[in-house]
Write a protein that binds this ligand. Structure first.
Ligand SMILES: [Zn+2]
Length: 231
């Protein structure tokens, strides 16, 4: 066999792999709206997402992932990447894909269509959490209405790089918690507690951060204000 055929075949593998993963994401994206959130099949999402991540790092599918290093879970990074590209199966996105759903209204506030921009930034719940997060981190609470708004604000934020990396991860965790709450509201057997969301973000991000900075990480300082930590 001509060696050039072998080389060409090898070069095609990432391409086909990428397409398979993309298809999986589309299927899972539609599917998770219904059955996956209720079953242990959620592991499939993690598996597909992990596989997709490998593909994404090779192929640069869509936009590059703004990867937060350390112990932020892969699924949380993937989640943030989906937020950045508006790739989550929000009601508005499902409707735009031609999937028939009873309503496109936000299940949290019922005040607007459920888009990524609304759910994670302009929804009253997201704004409430962002206000608490800003108070916790001791910065002025920005008016954010989309991921692009958030990114522009985040780039302009004057903060030491170490703290900025941590804050980046905290926002990722926040989006993860909001999406989980939204899915539990829609598909869970009982209504989750909205008043616990901020505490969950503080705890979950602490777990990640304390693993990353083992030597000088203190829960009391973390709760008070992460900027009071010595990195
Ligand atoms: Zn809303």
């Amino acid at each position: 066999m001509d060696w050039r055929v072998l080389v060409a075949s090898g070069q095609m593998i990432p391409l086909y792999g990428y397409r398979v993963i993309k298809l999986c994401l589309v299927i899972v994206g539609a599917f998770e709206q219904t059955l996956l959130e209720k079953s242990n099949s959620a592991k499939i999402i993690d598996d597909v997402n992990s596989a997709a991540l490998g593909s994404l790092m090779i192929d640069g599918f869509g936009a590059p992932i703004r990867w937060v290093s350390g112990e932020v879970l892969i699924k949380i990074n993937i989640m943030a990447w989906k937020v950045s590209l508006d790739k989550l199966s929000t009601r508005l996105n499902l409707s735009l894909r031609g999937i028939e759903i009873p309503t496109i209204t936000c299940p949290i506030c019922s005040c607007a269509g459920e888009s990524c921009s609304h759910l994670f930034f302009s929804c009253s719940m997201a704004r409430n959490i962002t206000t608490k997060l800003a108070r916790w981190w001791e910065f002025d609470c920005p008016d954010l209405f989309s991921y692009d708004d958030w990114l522009e604000w985040f780039h302009s934020l004057r903060l030491l790089k170490g703290f900025k990396d941590i804050l980046d991860g905290v926002f990722y965790v926040m989006w993860w918690v909001i999406w989980k709450y939204r899915n539990q509201t829609l598909f869970g057997s009982s209504q989750p507690r909205m008043d616990m969301l901020f505490d969950e973000i503080v705890l979950l991000s602490f777990t990640w951060c304390s693993n990353k900075c083992k030597n000088n990480f203190d829960w009391i300082f973390w709760m008070k204000c992460p900027r009071s930590l010595s990195l």
